[in-house]
Design a protein. Structure first.
Length: 407
């Protein structure tokens, strides 16, 4: 039988050892005052709230509800309602970031611009700017290097968003604005945006060297995308009152233009179009001017069965069209000016496959025309072509490597 005294002694010894192990430090705190481990409000939220205290507006020549005159990072704390005759937020300092914080700026009758950027280097992000009489987010003409991200500009009386020179608009929506949906001026970038139901162009970039990537432009009163020069890539335009894509001189790659009331693609001098699709546009699928290059494009069902409309119209000298396909257009390919080259193209199921009304020096080689109801090839005198072989038979007996074929 166990000795109770012995058990008690052992237990006390164990408890004493455990208590020794639980000692984590000295019992007496170090000398001096105890410092707080908490952060100040400024450390938790270093940005500046937009309000009447921090950013008071004024009644000068450009009256505003709120005015930002110092560089820094600013944010909205709630929804904002405009006042007739006044700008919502006016920015006069260079180097400002405005986070709308997911809130809505709503203008109302008689209001001016939602956000007016009068200096440069401004970023606006993350919210809704709607129903401002003078426009949504608008950069003053000379300002540069602005950025607008994740902003929805809806129902404004002017342009939805205009960012200025050397500026960027990303992941934005421009919808039902009285003027253009989104706009940059020169050396800008518009990426991942949706523009629809605007009174002007969906995207407007009227000067040099702009980039428009992965945008959707639908049902705008102007063009879907209007670009003076630069690059358009991966875009979809549809149901616009004018053309889907209209450019003076640009690289246009892997875009679709569907059901527009004018041209699918209207391409000015020295444009390059590769891998695009024009379908169901009222005018021509592709209307191209001098010195353009067309490769691997598709034009289907354009021209609305109107005589003289075509999948591809080449209206200028020095155009090269290779490996393009036209199907179910009134005319597959038509060349109305001389000194162009059509090589390796195919035209099917229209009235005329290849119509060359130019009087001099257009060259056709290795093209195919099938199932056109009037003429597979109609080529005016003064132009050149490989031999035109109609119904060549199973054996294709011609040895001419640049012959054109039809049935």
């Amino acid at each position: 039988m166990s000795n109770p005294k012995k058990v008690t002694v052992v237990t006390l010894a164990l408890l004493a050892g455990t208590a020794g192990m639980l000692v984590a430090g000295p019992l007496n705190p170090p000398a001096g005052s105890v410092a707080s481990t908490f952060k100040t409000l400024g450390e938790v939220e270093p940005r500046i709230a937009i309000n009447a205290t921090n950013t008071p507006g004024d009644a000068d020549a450009t009256p505003s509800l709120y005015k930002i005159t110092q560089p820094g990072s600013y944010y909205l704390t709630g929804n904002m309602t405009g006042v007739a005759g006044m700008i919502g937020i006016e920015v006069t300092a260079y180097g400002v970031t405005i986070d709308l914080n997911g809130f809505q700026m709503s203008g109302g009758a008689g209001s001016a611009v939602g956000i007016s950027i009068r200096s440069g280097g401004t970023e606006v992000r993350n919210g809704i700017v709607r129903n401002w009489g003078g426009g949504g987010v608008v950069a003053d003409g000379p300002t540069t290097s602005n950025r607008v991200i994740d902003v929805r500009a809806l129902g404004n009386g002017g342009v939805g968003i205009y960012a200025g020179n050397y500026s960027e608009i990303r992941n934005c929506v421009g919808e039902s604005n009285a003027s253009h949906g989104l706009a940059v001026y020169a050396y800008g970038r518009v990426e991942g945006c949706t523009v629809r139901y605007n009174g002007g162009d969906g995207v407007n970039a009227p000067n040099s060297s702009n980039i428009v990537i992965n945008c959707n432009a639908n049902a705008n009163t102007g063009n879907g995308i209007r670009l003076f020069s630069g690059t358009i890539s991966g875009c979809l335009t549809s149901d616009n009152t004018l053309s889907g894509i209209d450019t003076n001189s640009a690289n246009v790659h892997e875009c679709s233009s569907v059901g527009n009331d004018a041209y699918g693609f209207k391409l000015g001098t020295a444009s390059v179009a590769v891998g695009n699709r024009a379908n169901g546009n009222v005018f021509d699928g592709f209307y191209v001017e001098a010195s353009c290059v067309l490769e691997n494009n598709l034009a289907a069902g354009n021209g609305n069965s109107i005589a003289g409309r075509a999948g591809f119209t080449l209206n200028g000298a020095g155009i090269r069209a290779t490996n393009n396909h036209a199907v179910s257009n009134p005319i597959g390919f038509q060349a109305t000016s001389g000194a162009s080259v059509l090589m390796g193209n195919s035209a099917m199921s229209g009235t005329t496959g290849f119509l060359v009304t130019a009087n001099t020096n257009t060259l056709l080689t290795s093209n195919i025309a099938v199932g056109n109801s009037s003429n597979n090839f109609f080529i005016n005198a003064g132009n050149d072509s490989g031999s035109v072989v109609i119904n060549p038979g199973v054996g294709f007996t011609t040895t001419n490597p640049v012959a054109n074929y039809g049935n």
